[in-house]
Ligand binder design. Structure first.
Ligand code: MLT
Ligand code: MN
Ligand code: ZN
Length: 297
């Protein structure tokens, strides 16, 4: 199995258009790498590819990686797109994938309902793009030779569907937020870019994988407030922080899989190569995803 990191950042990217925080300034000035938004590409053979989440940056992401370039006059090696939730950073790129090339769009019925409720996604001509509802916990063939299975992880409805003035439930288990387990050639990978809590079932599933790409949105729950960039906590956004006694490093300590943080918010101190937080993450056996990185399993 081949895995390419199309985008390692959370929604907004690094730098984010309206942000002058230290990380965004350093990325703008070339001191740390820029990152595009949340997406992986996966292939069983290097020929047929699936894209996991269609970020607003997908045009540049596909351009940056020759494996994903067209092989003929019209067409793409991307045969499937799979969504893990209905957030803007995971669906807006679908609009770039219009232009009458066929692929299959896989997501839970709950996520497909979000698309169906917005007519702008009718730009994806149903004659070319079939929408395939995927039940949870049921393996299916994502592209020939690559099996995928969706599983519920604690999360919330997309930000743009939150009810005005109401606190959303942030640890809903259902079809709104899922992780994906991929298998090919006896190897397993899990991709969980958004996760509010690690349940025992989730820990067990991730423990069976060879590699895990996991929600690295914030280091600290209060990071947005601490950096002066916002008031929401990580948990309010449906993201478990990395650090602390009840963070993801502690929750996933001891699992055998190779562990990679992805969906990293531009405020996160692990983006600074010389930060204490980066040293801690690496000392605990995790790495920090970068755009364009490739993994062969
Ligand atoms: C998130 O991961 O929390 C969302 O992408 C937020 C957003 O839609 O901006
Ligand atoms: Mn996001
Ligand atoms: Zn910033």
């Amino acid at each position: 199995m081949r895995i390419l990191v199309l985008g390692a950042a959370a929604g907004g990217g690094l730098p984010q258009w309206n942000c002058g925080c230290r990380n965004c300034r350093d990325a703008r000035d070339g001191r740390i790498p820029t990152l595009t938004q949340s997406s992986l590409a996966v292939s069983p053979d290097g020929e047929r590819w699936a894209v996991l989440n269609a970020s607003p940056d997908i045009r540049a992401q596909l351009q940056a990686l020759p494996d994903l370039h067209p092989r003929n006059l019209r067409g793409s090696p991307v045969e499937a797109v799979l969504l893990t939730n209905g957030d803007i950073d995971h669906i807006a790129g679908l609009l770039t994938l219009r232009e009458k090339t066929s692929f299959t769009l896989h997501a839970t019925a709950g996520i497909l309902d979000v698309l169906a409720a917005n007519r702008i996604f009718d730009a994806l001509d149903p004659a070319h793009v079939s929408r395939s509802p995927v039940p949870l916990d049921a393996p299916f063939e994502l592209v020939a030779g690559l099996t995928a299975e969706l599983f519920a992880v604690p999360g919330k409805v997309p930000l743009f569907l939150e009810e005005d003035g109401q606190e959303p439930q942030t640890d809903l288990l259902g079809e709104q937020t899922v992780g994906v387990e991929l298998s090919a050639g006896g190897r397993r990978a899990c991709y969980v870019p958004g996760c509010a809590a690690v349940t025992p079932e989730l820990r067990e599933r991730l423990g069976r994988a060879d590699i895990v790409f996991f929600d690295g949105t914030v280091w600290d729950d209060e990071e947005m407030r601490a950096t002066g960039t916002g008031r929401k906590t990580g948990r309010r956004m449906g993201h478990l922080p990395i650090g602390g006694q009840d963070g993801s490093i502690a929750a996933l300590a001891g699992i055998a899989a190779r562990k990679v943080f992805i969906h990293i918010n531009n405020t996160n101190p692990i983006l600074q190569p010389d930060s204490l937080q980066r040293a801690y993450v690496e000392g605990e056996g995790w790495s920090v995803a970068q755009d364009g990185q490739g993994y062969s399993l």
